[in-house]
Design a protein around this ligand. Sequence first.
Ligand code: ADP
Ligand code: ZN
Ligand code: ZN
Length: 733
Amino acid sequence: MAFWPSIVVATPAHSGVGATLTYRSELSLAPGGLVRVPLGSREVLGVVWDCPDAPPEGLTEARTKSVAGVLDGLPPLNANWRQLVKFSAQYYQRSLGEVALAALPPQLRELDNTQLARRLKKRAKAGTAGPATPGKLNGHDLSDEQAEALQALAAASAPVLLFGATGSGKTEVYLRATQAVLETPVSDGESPTQVLVMVPEINLTPQLEARFRERFEPGFGTGSVVCLHSGMTPAQRLSSWLAAHTGSARIVLGTRMAIFASLPGLRLIVVDEEHDPSYKSQEGARYSARDLAVYRAKVESEALAIEGTGLHAGPHPNPLPEGEGTGAGEGVNTPRCQVVLGSATPSLESWHAADQGRYLRLSMPGRIGGGMLPRLRLVDMNHQPKGAVLAPPLLAAMSERIERGEQCLVLLNRRGYAPVLACHDCGWKSGCPHCSAYRVFHKLDRTLRCHHCGFTERVPRACPDCGNLDIAPVGRGTEQIEEQLAGLLADVKRPDGQPARVARMDADSTRLKGSLEVQLAALHSGEVDVLVGTQMIAKGHDFRRITLVAGINADSALFASDYRAPERLFALLMQAAGRAGRDAEQSGASEMWIQTWYPQHPLFATLKKHDYPAFAAEQLSEREQAGMPPYGFQALLRADARTQQAAQAFLNIAAGQAAGLPHRDDITLYPAVPLTIQRVANVERAQMLVETHSRGALQRFLSAWQPVLHGCRSAPEARGLVRWAVDVDPLSI
Ligand code: ADP
Ligand code: ZN
Ligand code: ZN
């Protein structure tokens, strides 16, 4: 007897290959199983999607190739995982194969059965997850707010939005919730319970990983906590993935990619700092790991509820991230998968969902130990000496802190020494020949570097256009502030009599492996007094001795054209402020300084009160009036081409051919426009905004548009088109 499995293989989104390919097999294959199949002249990894015993209609049996091999050492990927992948592909308008194979560790593609068996054996040895020894799990005594939040969480049936001030102890809530899940008994043959904890950038928060290991490894074994992120080697990724898939890992700590980990016993998903833009992928399938977390928890809960009743899981409907709760509302004892989104500055999407009652908002407004949030000090730059980069009162305040043995953070969202190098004689500027952008002057290695395409050259001695020797930096980056502060604070002494020490932390200073850890350690140990850095320094860190944080150039974001700019700026400043005064004893005197030319701007008044709810309410009402997300729904059609003309032509043709598609009347297609940075690496970029008031309409329209878009590629006007992509729920437009 023969079978005709439909197999999912890695097909690029636009290759035109159908969702699944049919092969022939002598054996019945379990859906979710991994196989090797011939594709063209190669043999590739595939996932079995279905395995009927009759060939699909119209199939030429004689020409159907056979499955080459089965990776039978692994249990199949379960139905919930497959549903997550299928939903992601549909929702984000990509091919099933692209999403499914991208969700698997790359090294899996290269292994045969023998190699796989070896890895599994090695894995099993490494992670001898011992039996739980309760009692070893000890953390802090919970604060009242933490205890209340945990109680409410235990009873919650909807996704939970944990709105906790910076320093309110959200991590301890995650740890306790995790503990409760891990200690949940399961019946024989069932997968051990598992927890997925997602963070924006794992390298930035080595503390969090340490806390989870410390808390759970003694009781659950050394292999019980694994990490999954793109900074790992392929071998490490495979090892973590296998541990999660086989159930030997009980906790997966990871970045956005971890949302696709195979976790057969998944019972809790934590999304820490859920407002962070890095949860949205900017390449391939442009998924939001935060939104998928909500969806995944819902799918897992429904499956658990059905298992509980002994019914068979039918096909899942297509509930969107805005769906109504997790469905499993049977009370505390119903097995279910919970999702917790945590932040001191939640995304407006999540905030709105909580306003509507779709999410359960749990608030922890107070800091641990009764500490206070830092006082906001605005420096009116109109009243400072001309040309002062750092206002004298700010410098004085910093000096005082240093003399008392306290530390300061200085935030500037621009790395390098200066954003532009210019000739004052002829007007030459350090433009990038390949991009419509300036190259940034990096003084330390004397280079001009393009932050968009990477093009790097040594700084010229003289103006390349007129030969003038006097070319000078314009504007300031972190390198320059570090240099200036070192000079300005040269005479300031720490309590131990040593001169003040200034350091810098940004993408440049942390490029080398391990350097970030070294820099963080220097701050924690008190070796460094002032840390200058980009938004990297504002994220999640639990610094104990910082009492002053300064934002020295926030103004550009006040008037940015992107409607999300205020949300991002508010979150950044509030998170940055949150790094100060985390030690309750010093919190009363902690301050957040902001240098601005617009001290009357209403954003600062709200920030002064640390009033995120007021800020959110005001922003949401503006968005409602304008029909912007979360009240409206958007997608971008993006095109890259050799010429701007071709890129726009593709978009315009696509718009023209959208006539008559389902829901076309509910959709606004805006004119094609070049991107703000129009050319990158010699490719011209354009986009078209797609907007509507209904997510369902947007989804159905985009699905119908997809084949049309494939067709538009070959239009003569679009000659020179390099690539195109749809970005659903884009973060910036
Ligand atoms: P958040 O993530 O909300 O900003 P953290 O989870 O980093 O805050 O907690 C802030 C600090 O408070 C950490 O140093 C943590 O160890 C400590 N902490 C948390 N909960 C408690 C508690 N119940 N008692 C004492 N200290 C706590
Ligand atoms: Zn010149
Ligand atoms: Zn460039």
